[in-house]
Design a protein around this ligand. Sequence first.
Ligand SMILES: Nc1ncnc2c1ncn2[C@@H]1O[C@H](COP(=O)(O)OP(=O)(O)OP(=O)(O)O)[C@@H](O)[C@H]1O
Ligand SMILES: [Mg+2]
Length: 415
Amino acid sequence: MSPKPEDSTPASRPSETAPGSIVIPQITIGAFCETSGVANAAGAAASDRRMQRTRMSVQMGGLPAAIELYRSSPTPNLIIAESSADEATLFGQLEALAEHCLTSTRVLVVGHRNDVTLFRDLLERGVSDYVVAPVDVVGLVGTIARLYRESGAQRLGKLCAFIGTRGGAGSSTVAHNTAFAIAGEVGRDVLLADLDLPFGTVGLDFNIEAPHGILDAIHEAGRLDDVLLDRLMTMRTERLNLLTPPLALGGAYDLRETEFDELAELARSSARLTVLDLPHMWTSWVRRRLIDADEVVITATPDLASMRNLKGILEFLKNARPHDAPPKLVLNQIGLPKRAEIKPAAFAEAVGLQLQAEIAFDAKLFGGAANNGQMIGEVAPRSSPARAFAELGLGLVVAREAKVERRGLKRLLKR
Ligand SMILES: Nc1ncnc2c1ncn2[C@@H]1O[C@H](COP(=O)(O)OP(=O)(O)OP(=O)(O)O)[C@@H](O)[C@H]1O
Ligand SMILES: [Mg+2]
C-alpha cells in the first residue's frame, strides 16, 4: 500500500462533484462490498464513461474476501473495501491484506462512521482514502479520479460538444458565438474545432482563410502533441483559437469512429475549454463525441421535427451517459415568419429540459454578421442574442458549485 499524500478529512473535504473532464487511467480495481448499496454504486461506476479505461470487478464479502483472494493472486491497482467492523478488527484485516499487497496497490476504504480520528489512523496505516457510506456513483468516480489525478491534471480542460436537432438549426452559429463570448466577456481560453469537414463554416463566420487545421490534425494521428496542435490552430483573438476545415470540398470523408479521439484527448489535457462544432449527422464518430463530451449543447428550432429528433438524442444520451447532467438546450430561430411553432415553454416541458437560451429569428442581425464574417458580440454586443451567448458560455465555464465566482461573473456580464 502506498502512503496517502493529501491531508484532508472526510468532514472537511468538499463533497465530491461530478468529475466531468476526468478520464480515469487504465487501472484495475477490485471492489469488496458488504452492503448492496455500495455494491450497486460500484457496479454502476464500472460502466461510467469516465471509467471506460479501467477494469473493475465487484464482489461481496468485504475485506475478508479480499484477503482470501489476494493470498493467491496479485493485487489490482486499487482495492475498494467496504467495512463496518470495529477499529481493531478493521486495522487487523488491513494488516493482513497489506501482507499480500503489491507496493503500487492503493486501498480505498468505504466505512460507516464519519469519524475523523479513524480517518487519520487509516491514512497513517497507508490507506489512500476513506469515504463514508452511502456512496453514490458520481461520488465514487470522483474519489477514484482524485486518487489517480496526475500532478498536472488540475489543468484539465473541458470538452463541450454542440449539435443541432436538424440541418440548419443554427448549432454552428450558437457554437461559434458562444466560443467567442467565452474568449471575450467571460475571459477564458477557448479552442473552437469545426468538425464539419466538408461544409464547416468557421472560416467564413470568422472571416479567416485558414489552412485546414482540423484535417491535418486527423492526418497527423499518432504524432499529435501540444506543439503540433499549436501549429495547426489559427488565432482569432488572444484567447480564441480555431481549428478549421478545408476551404474546398475534397474527397469523401468516411471517418472512423475513433477518428477524433486523439484530438479530444489532447484538447482535454490542456487548460482551456474546447468547443466542438458537430455536423448534423448520426454517425458512429459523432455519437462517440457526444458520449465523450463533458457538456453537450443542443440547438433546436421550435417545431415538431426538431422536438422528435431532440427526444431521440436525449434518449441516446441518457442511456450512454446515465450519470451526467442533461444537455443544455438552446431554442433558436424563434418567431420565424409563417412557421407553425411550438411555444418555448411547451417545447421545454415536452422534452423535460430547462431552456438555457431562447434566441429569436433575426435575419438582418444574423445574416449581416455572417456576411461580414463577424460575431453577434462584435456587431451588436448589447443585443439579446449576444447576452444569451455570453450567459451560455458562462454556464459552460463556471462549475455549478462555484456560486460566488458565478455571481461575480454574472454582474460582469450585466455591465
Ligand atoms: N436566430 C437566427 N436568426 C436568423 N438566422 C439564423 C439564426 N441562427 C442561425 N441563423 C442562420 O441560419 C443558417 C444556418 O445556421 P448554422 O450553419 O449555424 O446551422 P447548423 O445547425 O450549424 O447547420 P448544419 O446542419 O449545416 O450544421 C445560417 O445562415 C445562420 O446565419
Ligand atoms: Mg453546423
